[in-house]
Design a protein around this ligand. Sequence first.
Ligand SMILES: [Zn+2]
Ligand SMILES: [Zn+2]
Length: 86
Amino acid sequence: MLTYEVIFVDFECPLCNALINVNETCPNCGSEMEDWGRVEDYFDPYNPYLDKDTTTMGESPHECIHLFTCPRCGYDTRIIVNQIPT
Ligand SMILES: [Zn+2]
Ligand SMILES: [Zn+2]
């Protein structure tokens, strides 16, 4: 019996894996913003509008979008992180 091994280059987000630090400053109040993780994690997986194919349309598949929020004034923004091959 033959065993097939699937070899592919895996990409991962350096921010998700704590390999890098992103220091974002809130444009409203100047506070340091907090990384709340991947934007995708905050969406309902059953929401048809948030199908992976739809949310990544027009974007590189090797990007991770993080949600950053300001703990002081509540401002939030999205930071696109380029994933790196593992
Ligand atoms: Zn990430
Ligand atoms: Zn702020």
